[in-house]
Design a protein around this ligand. Structure first.
Ligand SMILES: *Cc1c(COP(=O)(O)O)cnc(C)c1O
Length: 360
């Protein structure tokens, strides 16, 4: 089956009781047991699992070609549950450019959790990759990195939030786990928080993370599960337009005299372009660029946009612009003249026009 078809049909079995085509939302926190005390219908208590979350997990596994998937209350919750499930003493290799929250977890919690930062791939138990990366849109060759990881007895975890399963499927390329902040493109409308992990094997790691989720409680609520499931239905259609629009915006920025550099894997000038072309269906809706100018001039450009909303996050229908250094705060490695853009689903001419006026 093609991706589009899977994304529409996964987890959609007709509701037995009513014949409802759209999935019901089961808000119940508790579920009836049989006479003998068993829970033969599979559900006991909402934190351990709930029917709406199960439907979402079916869909998440299907769209990432996974053996199993787990939904969480946020992308950070998903990543933390995975890290907390590793054996004590595990060495984790984090990339230079990655979501700042995971670096903060490493700095503030690894020691308490008995984890260590690995220095290089050969000494790592877990290689963590993010592609395209945040906020520099760097591209990692997933298949090559999976080979390196496996040759050293490590596992490869890919944060695929920017790429989404519509554009790239890391598990098919050899990764062991793929993480998404479903708050972003999978939800797709800036109105729900969630995270997910999809596993190549339904093995010991999956079981540990499931156990961690039950005990630590980062479960996805029924309503949030329902919204993410709804977002998945339109994911591939949205990603087509996000990618098309972002390409127009990237080309425009690349030709503008006030722009020093554009980071978008769809541009031939991007160092990761060839790999991105090989492992992604299109290049997604995220890009960032460097302004020729100071921090103040960079902030002023973001302040002049009328369509692009100055806000953090990404992956919604509306375009956003963000001064990432300000958002990340102390310790940020992001250049002060960088603006990150989440290109939405508006008409690209309006977006280019807005940026043109803001750049002056
Ligand atoms: C937003 C984001 C996260 C964290 O997800 P939350 O849902 O905000 O917890 C992780 N990785 C990437 C690449 C993100 O953009």
């Amino acid at each position: 089956m093609h991706f589009e078809t899977k994304a529409i049909h996964a987890g959609t079995h007709i509701d037995e009781e009513t014949g409802a085509v759209a999935p019901p939302i089961h808000l119940s926190t508790t579920f009836e047991r049989n006479d003998d005390g068993a829970a033969s219908r599979g559900y006991v208590y909402v934190r351990e699992g709930n029917p709406t979350q199960s439907r979402l997990e079916e869909a998440l596994a299907a769209i990432d070609s996974a053996a199993a998937a787990l939904a969480f209350g946020s992308g950070m919750g998903a990543g933390a549950a995975l890290l907390q499930s590793l054996p004590a003493g595990s060495r984790v290799l984090l990339p230079d450019d990655c979501y700042y929250g995971y670096r903060a977890l490493a700095n503030d919690y690894f020691e308490r959790w008995g984890l260590q930062l690995a220095r290089d791939a050969s000494s790592a138990d877990v290689i963590w990759a993010e592609t395209p990366s945040n906020p520099l849109l760097q591209i990692v060759d997933i298949a090559a990195l999976a080979e390196t990881a496996h040759a050293n007895g490590a596992i490869l975890v890919v944060d695929g939030t920017f790429g989404t399963p519509a554009l790239q499927r890391p598990l098919d390329l050899g990764a062991d786990v793929v993480l998404h902040s479903t708050t972003k493109y999978l939800g797709g409308h800036s109105d729900v928080q969630g995270g997910s992990l999809a596993f190549r094997e339904r093995g010991a790691l999956y079981e540990h993370v499931l156990h961690a989720r039950k005990l630590i409680g980062g479960v996805a609520s029924p309503f949030n599960s329902w919204l993410v499931l709804r977002g998945i239905r339109t994911l591939s259609a949205r990603m087509r337009v996000h990618s098309e629009n972002a390409m127009h915006v990237a080309r425009f920025l690349a030709s503008h005299e006030r722009v020093e550099a554009v980071f978008y894997p769809g541009l031939e000038s991007h160092p990761g372009h060839e790999i991105a072309k090989k492992q992604m269906r299109s290049f997604g809706g995220m890009l960032s660029f460097l302004v020729r100018g100071s921090r103040a001039e960079t902030l002023a450009i973001a302040a002049r946009t009328k369509l692009f909303v100055r806000a953090t996050s990404l992956g919604g229908v509306e375009s956003l612009i963000e001064h990432r250094h300000s958002s990340e705060g102390a310790g940020s490695r992001t250049p002060e003249n960088l603006l990150r853009v989440s290109v939405g689903l508006e008409h690209y001419e309006d977006l280019v026009g807005d940026l043109g006026e803001a750049l002056g």
